[in-house]
Design a protein around this ligand. Structure first.
Ligand code: AHM
Ligand code: MG
Length: 333
């Protein structure tokens, strides 16, 4: 671990050569880092404190049960971002509509942030890793005014920075500002994220496939043929592949990034647009995947080229090692 290289240090170093960088993005990312530490500390108490685990009894706009920690994490990230006043608004899985901050300092902010504050939160009660996923855009509405819907409905190609926090056996922030993907591991004894994984890149090909195969009867024929291919015995191509599915997108993505693999949440007859949300789940991970030499598609189009039409829009996601995603595409086309 590169001790003494913290996220802040790393970002400042990366800004050298960008004379017009104002430090605003670094300041913004520091608020995510702070909120991440607070959420991490609360998650670590999940088995000890009865009133923080389990369902809240409410549903989000997508009709899904909200966990107490979903709502807690949403509030912490929202408050931290509003306090630092670099973003003029946020969109979140846990908010019905986008939130345009009223404060004038926020209205002067250059950026908007889209976030899934606690992804895979149904895993909290069983002590399985969960995550936070986010991406940042430059606003398109005029500075000084409130954020508008169009600020949030930008293509993934316009992302300025994206990342995730994985609350796992250790807590990590994996981040890209468009200059590769870097991982920072939290040292709880000092409360600092240190650079631990510089220039993360997807292995060109791995042998892990991650999919909820319980949905098999509801996949289309091409997806079924691809999954049969994954399970065939062919030593020359290292098949059958190994099945690994945590049911926690950040953790499945993170493992595949390190070891090489493909994650799939395809369309099903029950969910014709898949399950995952384009704006704050698929787009940030697609940006990170490309920055790490990987690929992300909905089966027809590169995720980053999709034009969003709604805040909570869903889309199929196939993401991971480049030659494995291409292999999948060869079954679809
Ligand atoms: P969530 O945002 O409600 O937590 O749902 C997203 C999660 C992903 O983390 C995970 O990959 C997927 O849903 C699992 O879904 P399923 O249980 O249908 O396999
Ligand atoms: Mg989610």
């Amino acid at each position: 671990m590169a001790r003494f290289v913290t996220i802040g240090e790393h970002l400042i170093k990366n800004q050298e050569g960008f004379p017009f960088a104002t430090g605003g993005l670094t300041h913004l990312i520091s608020s995510i880092r702070l909120a991440g530490k607070i959420v991490n500390s609360e998650i670590n108490k999940a088995g000890l404190v009865d009133d923080i685990i389990g369902k809240l009894g409410s549903t989000n706009i997508q009709g899904e049960d909200q966990q107490k920690l979903d709502v807690y994490a949403n509030r912490i990230f929202k408050d931290a971002l509003e306090a630092r006043a670099e973003v003029c608004g946020i969109a979140s899985e846990e908010e019905d509509d986008f939130v345009a901050f009223d404060d004038q300092a926020c209205k002067d902010g250059n950026y908007v942030l889209l976030i899934d504050p606690l992804d895979g939160s149904s895993n909290i009660d069983v002590n399985v890793s969960i995550g936070t996923i986010f991406c940042i855009y430059r606003r398109i509405s005029p500075r000084g005014e409130k954020a508008v819907l169009g600020d949030f409905l930008q293509k993934g190609r316009e992302i300025v920075a994206a990342g995730y926090i994985v609350y796992g056996s250790s807590t990590m922030i994996v981040l890209s500002t468009g200059q590769g993907v870097h991982g920072f591991t939290f040292d709880p004894s000092v409360g600092v994220f240190y650079l631990s994984h510089e220039n993360l890149t997807f292995p060109e090909k791995g042998n892990i496939y991650s999919v909820n195969e319980g949905n098999y009867p509801f996949f289309d024929d091409q997806t079924k043929s691809y999954l049969k291919y994954c399970k065939e015995h062919d030593p020359a191509t290292n098949r059958p592949y190994t099945a690994r599915y945590i049911g926690s997108l950040v953790s499945d993505f993170h493992r595949n990034l390190i070891k090489g693999g493909i994650y799939l949440y395809p369309a099903t007859t029950l969910k014709p647009n898949g399950k995952l949300r384009l704006l704050y789940e698929c787009n940030p991970l697609a940006f990170l995947a490309e920055q790490a030499g990987g690929l992300a598609t909905n089966g027809k189009t590169n995720i980053l080229d999709m034009q969003p039409t709604a805040l909570h829009q869903r889309c199929p996601l196939i993401i991971g090692s480049p030659s494995m995603v291409k292999e999948f595409e060869s079954y679809i086309n």
